[in-house]
Design a protein around this ligand. Sequence first.
Ligand code: ZN
Length: 317
Amino acid sequence: MLNATGKIIIIMPEPRNGGSRHLPPVAHAPHGNHGSTRHAPQPGSVDPVQQQQLAEHHIADVRRFFSGIGVTEREGNASNVPVVFDPSFENAAYVRQIDTRTNQMVGESLQIGVDPESGESYAKAKDVMAHEWTHRITNALVPGLLTGAHFGSDMAIGESLADTLAAAYDTDDWDIGEDIGTPVRNMADPGRYGDPAHMTDLKKIYESGDERVQVVRRPDGQHAFRVEGHLLAGIPNKAASLIGDAIGRDKMAQIYLDTARNNLQPCRGLDGYAAGVMMSARDLFGPQSREFQATTQAFDAVGLLDQVKAQREPSRR
Ligand SMILES: [Zn+2]
């Protein structure tokens, strides 16, 4: 899914220095609504047949990109999935049909709709197509990550991975969705669209009154932030952009693909994700490499390295 729909929330640990200091509110805009910079909607301006063809064309190109970086058909890169342009759908999504009795996936599709703000078809946005396709690959490589995606930081990890590999495909900038108007996110500057770029930003966003960050009491009595997944993705997105800028987006993609294949499991939190990315960089390039160093510096810059160090090192593959 490209944008947030409904109240999808996740639990995050409370930052250490909670409480007393008052922080000024930060600018907030909900996803897909950035005010006057948007075009006026142009209902009826989208030709469904043309947009269906464009969506299929872009998906075929995205498949070639993933094939080129070594993603196999068994890893979610096969063409056997319907691509459906639906002008009444106000988002873009990789949709799985689940049989609730057996919990098995019985069908899947890519649903490509129209941005309600700009009136533009998401089929025009190459990175949005790559984002949704990455969800399919992630579903094949990391079973269970999307299943529990609406709870826990798994959703944020899935969204960030989709943005990261989309940015390895559409390399012009760190924007997501710029081809249809105002971007929905910027990976290098998440704050531009109200998303956090550092763990400490969650507190500021909560104090700004943003409903997508809530404080809840956990069963153990501790308080925790519950954060909508697309919003929370800003933190790992910022780290990925730093890695991409330091070592290039090809190596960035190589590292994140290896992470999804070997070092990512559901329910490990953002720090578990950071640990997995660092482990992949170390395995691929060596512990003394510039590439591994780029990953540790990036996760340090977003406030996740201390948490990684604090937890026991995950088991090797
Ligand atoms: Zn998504």
